[in-house]
Design a protein around this ligand. Structure first.
Ligand SMILES: C[S@@+](CC[C@H](N)C(=O)[O-])C[C@H]1O[C@@H](n2cnc3c(N)ncnc32)[C@H](O)[C@@H]1O
Length: 201
């Protein structure tokens, strides 16, 4: 993408979060979405096992690794390559990996499942919403199978017609669930995160 088209695309335009991410050595500005979620909800275990779905280019995992201080067992999955990953990285689609393989990589049930997975957007709001929801469902199915009781789950969603049923379904599996729209989410984005705490098992 040329510099001019990057600047005209609101999703690519550098802002204060882009600058801060660079200054602090993170690979993407989206790190500040997870940072806000952590500040407000304390989702990260101190040590423990964390699965990061849709982890490329790696900023959420970098944040998890820094916070965990070397005691976290971190596994990241993405269809895109990650150059340097602070844990075990698999370049695969989440739809091609089973829970047994994930648990083996993590060394046991997960304390936290993160999903910032997003489809390549088309600009068509309905198509993007449906594709995003399909990824969120895969992430939720995965979380149900590998989270330990008491574990947490964070999933990205695009607001739209079908999202409410999904949210209600997820809510039933956790003691508490909150919709969060972090400050680092772009103004014109329909993105939000569902932060789910204390898996009932
Ligand atoms: C918004 S980015 C994630 C950014 C990441 N959290 C970070 O902070 O660096 C969304 C990612 O979801 C990935 N993704 C989309 N579909 C996927 C799938 N089926 N399986 C795994 N990853 C997928 C994309 O390749 C993309 O890298």
């Amino acid at each position: 993408m040329s510099k001019r088209s990057r600047l005209s695309n609101p999703y690519k335009r550098p802002d204060r979060f882009t600058v801060k991410a660079k200054d602090e050595g993170f690979s993407a500005r989206s790190v500040f979405k997870l940072e806000e979620i952590e500040r407000r909800f304390r989702v990260l275990p101190r040590g423990g096992r964390v699965l990061d779905l849709g982890c490329a280019p790696g900023s959420w995992s970098e944040f998890v690794a820094r916070k965990g201080g070397g005691n976290t067992r971190l596994v990241g999955i993405d269809i895109q390559k990650v150059d340097s990953f602070p844990g075990t990285f698999l370049q695969r689609s989440i739809s091609d990996i089973g829970p047994a393989e994930l648990q083996a990589l993590l060394g046991g049930p997960a304390d936290l499942v993160l999903s910032d997975m997003a489809p390549f957007t088309t600009g068509n709001r309905l198509t993007d919403h449906v594709r995003q929801l399909a990824l969120a469902r895969l992430a939720f199915d995965c979380a149900l199978q590998i989270l330990k009781p008491g574990g947490n789950f964070v999933v990205k969603l695009f607001d739209g017609e079908e999202v409410q049923d999904f949210v209600l379904g997820v809510n039933r599996s956790f003691a508490k669930a909150r919709r969060v729209r972090p400050q680092a989410t772009r103004e014109n984005s329909v993105e939000f995160f569902l932060v789910c705490l204390d898996f009932k098992g």
